[in-house]
Each structure stands twice: as C-alpha cells, then as structure tokens.
Design a protein around this ligand. Structure first.
Ligand SMILES: Cc1cc2nc3c(=O)[nH]c(=O)nc-3n(C[C@H](O)[C@H](O)[C@H](O)COP(=O)(O)OP(=O)(O)OC[C@H]3O[C@@H](n4cnc5c(N)ncnc54)[C@H](O)[C@@H]3O)c2cc1C
Length: 531
C-alpha cells in the first residue's frame, strides 16, 4: 500500500509537480477558448492557513486508538473533489471538517465505531478514495449530530481470493483502482473498470456510487461486475450469496449498489473478472455534420457490435483535446477482445459510419500518437488540468445525464441553450462543450463540460446558477439527474423529483431498518428526520 501523501486540496500527490506541457495547454485553452489573457495562478494555501474548530467530541479509548484529529487528515477528508470542493479548499474555507478520521483495519473496529456513533449521535461517513463530485463525503450539518467521524477504508486494501475458474475475486472495499488491477495481473485477469478517477477511487466507492468505467458500451458499469457484496450496518452484517444470477426477489446487491454510504459500510465484494484483452483495434471518424455523427452512434449502439470506445466528441471539445480540427465532430471508435481478431467488427463499424458521411482513418502502428491516444492522455490528465484552471480563477466543471434516443435531440438542444444562457448571464465569457460518453441500444449518456470566466470570491454562486440551469433543463426534458456521478448532497433536490415521493420513502424505510438512529452519512441521497 502506498504511503505517498496525496494533496489535501486537489487531485494527485502532494509531491507531484504539474507538467509544463499541461500548464501551457491550459493557458492556451483560456486564450483561444475564452479570449482572455490567463492570469497568474493563485498558490494553494498551506495547511496552517486552515482554522479548524477543535473536535466537538471526546472518543473512548476503544475507538480513539484507530482515529486521528490531525490537521492533514481532517483537511483532506473535509470535502470531495468537485470543482466547488477545490475552490473551497483553495480559499481555505473548509468550514465543516470531520472531527476525526478513523482508519480501521478490521470489521470489528467498524462495528465498534458504529456502536459508539449510535450511542453518542455522531454521524459516520464511509470514505474510499474521496473522489466524490456530488458532496458525498461531506460531514453532516444537521444540529442533532454531536459530531462527525469519517471512516477511511484505506487499510481494507487486499485481494482476498481469486477464483480463476469462475473468473471472480473477493476484494476489500478500500482497494484503489491501480492496486486492484496490479493484483489481478499475475492471473491474467482484470476487472476492466476504469473510471476517469481510477487512480484515486476505490472498489467500495464505485459500488456505493454505481460508477461507470470508460468503456462506452457493453459491460462498463460496476453494477455488472458485482457478484456479491458484504456490508456492515448498525444492525448487523448484510452479505449476499455468490451466484452468477438469482431471480430470488428484488436483488439485494442492487440495494447496496448506489447506497452512497447511507445504509452501511461495504467492506468487501466478489467481483466478476475478464481476461486481459490482447486484441485491440481503433479508428477515428470525422463527421462534418454533428447530426450525422449522432445518427452513426445510435446505429452503432443498436448494431450489436458493442465497441469498447464509441465516444462522439463535439468539434470544440475534440479540438481542446488535440483530437480534431475544431470543425468536425470526432468519433473515437475501438474494439477489444482477449479471444478473437477484431478487424471484421471494425470493418462493419466503419461501414456504418460511412453510411452517415463519416470519414475515418485507422490508428497507424507507426504514428507517434493517434487521436485515440491523445484523447486517452487528455482524459487521464483532465483532473490535473481542471485544478490548474481553477487556480487561474476559472469555473471548470462537468455534468452528465442519460436519455432515450426519442428524446435526446430535444434534451440536448435545451440543455445546451439553458447552460449557454446561464454562462452568459453569470459570467459573460464561457464555453459549453459535450461528448456522448456511453451508448446504449435505447439511449445515450451525454457529458457536458463548462469552462467560464469566474469572478474571484463569487465563483461558487456563479457555478451554482449554471448548475441549477443545467439540472432543471435535464429534469424538465426527461433525463436523469445523474448517469454515473451519483446523488450525494448536491443532486438530492432533483433526485427527489426524479424518483418521486413513494420511492424515496421506500428507500428511507430501508435505511431506517438498518440504521434507525440515522447516523450513516446523513444528508446524502435521502432526507432523514432532520433533513
Ligand atoms: C476527476 C474525476 C473523474 C471522475 N470520473 C468518474 C468516472 O469516470 N465515472 C464515475 O462513475 N465517476 C467518476 N467520478 C466520480 C467518483 O470518482 C466516483 O463516484 C467514484 O465511484 C467514487 O469512489 P471513491 O472511492 O472515491 O468514493 P468516495 O468519494 O470516497 O465516496 C463516494 C460515496 O460512496 C460512499 N462510500 C465510499 N466507500 C464506501 C464503502 N466502502 N461503503 C459504503 N459507502 C462508501 C461515500 O460515503 C460517498 O457517499 C470522477 C470524479 C473525479 C474527481
């Protein structure tokens, strides 16, 4: 397990300097995209600039032995990694840190801390990688809680068993993406779940938020990979049976998937694995008319070919990522398999694209970097670039949804125009770019990025107005408030509308049966006795 300290205020490791190339890319993006001269970046505050209240509770020895109130730990667990989190950290405005951070090594310690929290009315927040972008790991604010403890699962980081015959592994929930994949590699197996936050997010966090990996079709959601799960709740341990499929009633795994820490702490799961792909083909397809690109993606999504990558990137976004000329929409197309050659699949896929006036080229083995490679590099660097742009005072954030094909055009048009209007109203200068990031036979998940000029000190209000315009437009046009970012605190208002009162009360009743004192991550996903 790595002990290299991570940045407390943003993405990456503390000792990691930003690449010069990335800085230059960020600055030229501001100049060419927004038409403004990029200011000098502000320096992140030092830990000593933070003024934290003393812990509001005293811990008994039975739990204090694996808890800390050190400033670094409280600061790095005070918020997640959304744009608004980075802004608040850069302003040294982490006003509601947890009182303690707990680092249990055994389930018995989790049970002990839960019992303490129940007895003392203290909120308990499960924490994996802390990459939540929806306020999912922020401490409770309701006054009925005497304090908050964040429970970090970083010591639950082992692969406990590998069943090579069934191709499955039992993995502890705090295992981060890189450790999980490197532990499976000797078996020639992979979970093949690669969210953009892969580096700093955990299996338990993926399950709790129903994360989406970077493959555009087929098995890509963590939902598909969970065979069984084990969760410690204040009322006991819930462990589901390990079977490939069960028709026995509503699926218990599905209740744990997306539970966002409000039901209990996921400690481990059996996950379905795949053999590491050995065959790969990729191509980039250009569409001079965006509408043609969208039709091609729909046809590919309904073709049964299931490409691993099938991302249509808007002209402006493709240009920003170094994958296009800024005029054409770019489709990144790829197939992967451990079993068979993929040329016939690619041939048929490009034939479909040609039917919609797409012009394509395969990645050439000799070329230094294909558009697919430069897209992948940009994808992985995006969180670092985002933080740099925030230090320049820019508003930089993403939002996403999913919608069936019959309503896509209307939703996409309305969202773009509502967000564009909000950006112009609150900021004056800004860009809204998009890509189609997941493709289903019956619909699609568009992903939007906003980059706008911020006014120092007012950025959070500016972003809140843009986000509200986006979320209102999404809900009004039949989309979901989140395709894969989860509900957290930030989406709860819209989630309540989307799911309706009856379902929300069903969920609250489920919570009350395992967490009657409502100590597990209060304020996230569902409202409780005190909101
Ligand atoms: C730069 C960036 C890129 C991202 N890209 C993607 C992406 O491609 N796809 C995607 O789906 N999401 C993405 N996200 C969002 C985020 O990474 C996911 O929601 C991820 O699944 C969270 O995992 P985590 O371990 O960091 O969880 P945390 O942030 O620690 O927690 C998230 C939620 O899960 C709960 N939780 C965590 N661990 C447990 C546990 N063991 N038991 C019970 N509850 C738990 C927490 O209480 C909280 O409510 C991205 C975020 C960032 C900052």
């Amino acid at each position: 397990m790595t002990t290299r300290p991570r940045k407390w205020w943003g993405w990456g490791y503390e000792d990691e300097a930003l690449d010069d190339g990335l800085i230059q890319r960020g600055r030229s993006l501001v100049k060419s995209g927004l038409g403004i001269e990029p200011p000098e970046p502000i320096r992140p505050p030092s830990l000593e600039d933070l003024r934290f209240r003393s812990p509001r509770i005293d811990l008994p020895a039975s739990v204090s032995r694996f808890c800390t109130d050190a400033l670094f730990d409280r600061a790095s667990h005070a918020v997640g990694k959304a744009y608004r989190d980075v802004v608040r950290a850069l302003r040294a405005e982490l006003t509601n840190p947890p009182d303690y951070v707990a680092y249990p090594r055994e389930e018995s310690e989790i049970r002990e801390i839960m019992a303490y929290c129940e007895a003392e009315q203290v909120a308990l927040i499960p924490y994996g990688g802390g990459s939540s972008v929806v306020g999912g790991v922020e401490p409770a604010t309701a006054s009925r809680y005497r304090g908050t403890i964040t429970l970090d699962l970083k010591f639950f980081d082992r692969i406990l068993e590998v069943d090579t015959l069934s191709r499955a592994a039992r993995v502890q929930a705090g295992t981060l993406g890189p450790a999980l994949e490197s532990g499976l590699r000797p078996y020639n197996l992979t979970l093949r779940h690669f969210p953009q936050s892969f580096e700093f997010s955990s299996l338990g966090g993926w399950i709790a938020t129903r994360a989406g990996g970077h493959f555009a079709t087929g098995f890509t959601h963590i939902d598909d990979f969970v065979e069984s799960v084990r969760m410690v709740t204040p009322r006991g341990v819930l462990e589901t049976r390990r079977v490939p499929y069960s028709g026995a009633g509503p699926s218990p795994e599905r209740l744990v998937l997306g539970s966002e820490g409000v039901l209990g702490v996921i400690t481990e799961a059996w996950v379905r694995l795949q053999q590491i792909p050995t065959h790969r083909v990729s191509a980039t397809v250009q569409f001079n008319r965006v509408a043609d690109g969208i039709s091609a993606v729909r046809t590919l999504g309904q073709s049964g070919l299931f490409p691993s990558n099938c991302r249509l990137i808007s002209p402006v976004e493709a240009f920003g990522m170094g994958a296009g000329d800024g005029k054409a929409a770019v489709l990144l197309l790829a197939f992967e398999s451990h079993d068979h050659l993929l040329e016939p699949w690619m041939e048929r896929a490009t034939e479909i694209c040609a039917g919609f006036n797409g012009t394509w080229r395969a990645a050439d083995a000799g070329e230094r970097e294909s558009a697919v490679d430069s897209w992948r590099r940009s994808f992985l660097q995006a969180p670092y670039l985002r933080d740099y742009l925030v230090t320049l005072g820019l508003i930089v954030e993403t939002f996403e949804t999913a919608i069936t094909w019959d309503r896509f055009d209307e939703l996409h048009r309305t969202v773009l125009s509502a967000v564009d209007a909000a950006v112009r109203r609150v900021s004056g200068k800004g860009l809204v770019t998009w890509r189609l990031s997941y493709v289903y036979p019956d619909g699609v998940a568009p992903y939007y990025t906003v980059i706008a000029a911020g006014r120092r000190g007012e950025e959070l209000e500016q972003w809140a107005a843009i986000k509200a315009a986006a979320s209102d437009a999404i809900l009004a046009n039949g989309g979901t408030i989140t395709h894969h970012h989860a509900v957290g605190r930030d989406h709860r208002r819209w989630y309540a509308d989307e799911r309706g009162g009856l379902y929300c009360s069903l969920l609250s009743a489920a919570k009350a049966s395992v967490d009657p004192r409502w100590i597990m991550n209060p304020g996230v996903l569902v409202t409780g006795p005190t909101g």
